[in-house]
Design a binder for this molecule. Structure first.
Ligand code: ADP
Ligand code: MG
Length: 460
């Protein structure tokens, strides 16, 4: 059995927050790293995705936070806006019992002006992406001179994205007395070099590393030339008709291009890459998670850290750059004892990669035949759900119950035909079974919710 959180001497408010969240036992990376972190040591922690790294550094940071002080005490760097927001949410949740802890996110892709004024109002903790944090430092709009906790989350990913210079520039602004913590899913050489540069005799702790899942069925498809890539993917999708499939590309440019091409074939596709505005990103994720988009095209970076269950198929549109990345990608399917399935497309000069993977998985991966071309004449398959967006949300006092009430009223649809409902500030998203969409739209557009007429729109 893993050790209990009660064995740690934490503030009572943190113990309370943990028990309210239903967390009683530490995960292995938490029990390995927390004693060192709470003792104030610099730590490099490595453990696979989903092992609870966020909670480890958040606890260590909040344990020493001085609420009455108005300056920034914790700085967390994360590779993407999505992850920064996820981390900020988790820190806020954990800090709730402590009182009014101010956590700000400072990410690229958002207007810089509002960030400056939020910073002027003061914050205890800043979570940001390296580029934007660096920008604020250069402009003189961010004061990090009193930071006591400096955290690099998903450090390997930040290095892959070329943030090393930004990180080093940021470190210069921090007091040398601070505690530095680095969290990473993998531990490549460059992480070691990076940690040596601005950490003080760091301890290396390891939790669970991503294990090979040999239960996942894997197929490999050789491509005689690159022109065959797109149709081979289409054939595989039309043959298997996955409900939730992630298609991995190696670059953002390829991701954008493939998304548009797949969309043109009539498939319901979502895409994730660094250039999406926050609202688009949320919409993409929502449609994929509620099963109204069957395919998600993504880069490794964009897909990192996202908690989406029930992936029935993974496609490597391009072979991963290294075997470890392949293991990560493929490990998205077949979770929790479910059946997993992965297809990889490879060029003739990449046969060595398939050989490498055969050795790694200790299984013989032979080339698979492409599905019959006649499949291309079939119409694109449709997902079970459709997402409907309405133009009212929390600010208009709309709750999920109001929406269900409207939909299931007279001449409405059955409650079993309604899936996830997500209510945001000024809009709400409703997943509805495809066959019930028409009556649902009619109902939403005809009725009032909270005394107000609303407009419903089908998202494609
Ligand atoms: P990582 O950063 O290692 O990929 P996260 O920190 O995002 O993983 O944690 C994954 C999930 O596990 C989160 O939903 C988190 O709330 C949950 N979690 C973290 N620690 C515990 C714990 N001790 N017990 C139960 N669940 C936990
Ligand atoms: Mg994480």
């Amino acid at each position: 059995m893993n050790p209990l959180f009660t064995q740690l001497s934490l503030r009572a408010e943190l113990h309370l927050a943990l028990s309210k969240a239903g967390f009683s036992r530490m995960t292995p990376i938490q029990s390995e790293s927390l004693p060192e972190l709470l003792a104030g040591k610099d730590v490099v922690a490595q453990a696979k995705t989903g092992s609870g790294k966020t909670l480890a550094f958040s606890l260590a940071m909040l344990q020493n936070l001085v609420l009455s002080a108005q300056h920034i005490q914790g700085l967390i760097l994360a590779p993407t806006r999505e992850l920064a927001n996820q981390v900020a949410e988790e820190v806020r949740k954990l800090a709730r019992e402590l009182g009014n802890v101010k956590v700000l996110t400072i990410c690229g892709g958002e207007a810089i002006g509002p960030q400056m004024s939020s910073l002027e109002h003061g914050a205890h903790i800043v979570v940001g992406t390296p580029g934007r944090v660096e920008e604020h430092l250069f402009k003189g709009t961010l004061d990090l001179t009193q930071v006591t906790h400096f955290i690099l989350d998903e450090a390997d990913q930040m290095l892959d994205m070329g943030f090393v210079d930004a990180i080093e520039n940021i470190a210069v602004y921090l007091p040398p007395t601070r505690q530095t913590m680095m969290f990473s899913a993998t531990y490549p050489k460059d992480i070691e070099q990076l940690s040596a540069r601005f950490m003080q005799s760091p301890m290396l702790v390891k939790g669970e590393t991503e294990s090979l899942n040999r239960q996942i069925k894997q197929q490999f498809f050789p491509l005689k030339n690159n022109k065959l890539r797109f149709n081979t993917l289409r054939l595989l999708l039309l043959q298997h008709k996955p409900q939730s499939c992630i298609v991995f590309c190696n670059t953002k440019v390829e991701t954008k291009k493939l998304f548009l091409e797949l969309q043109q074939t009539g498939l319901q596709v979502a895409v994730l890459h660094g250039d999406l505005a926050q609202i688009e990103r949320q919409r993409m994720l929502l449609r994929f998670a509620n099963k109204s988009a069957s395919i998600l095209v993504a880069t490794d970076v964009a897909a990192r850290g996202l908690d989406i269950e029930d992936i029935d198929m993974v496609v490597n549109y391009h072979m991963a750059l290294d075997p470890q990345t392949h293991v990560h990608r493929v490990g998205r399917t077949g979770r929790g004892g479910k059946k997993g399935f992965a297809c990889s497309l490879y060029g003739e000069n990449e046969t060595f990669k398939v050989t490498q993977l055969s050795e790694l998985y200790e299984r013989e991966f032979n080339p698979s035949p492409t599905p019959p071309l006649s499949l291309l004449d079939k119409p694109a398959y449709k997902p079970t759900m459709v997402t409907v967006m309405i133009d009212a949300g929390k600010k208009q006092k709309v709750r999920a119950g109001d929406i269900v009430g409207c939909l299931t009223g007279e001449n409405g649809i059955g409650s079993a035909q309604i899936g996830n409902i997500t209510v945001q500030d000024n809009q709400a998203y409703i997943a509805i079974f495809r066959e019930a969409v028409k009556p649902a739209m009619r109902k939403l557009n005809a009725e009032k919710i909270k005394g107000k007429r609303i407009k419903a729109k089908r998202l494609v």
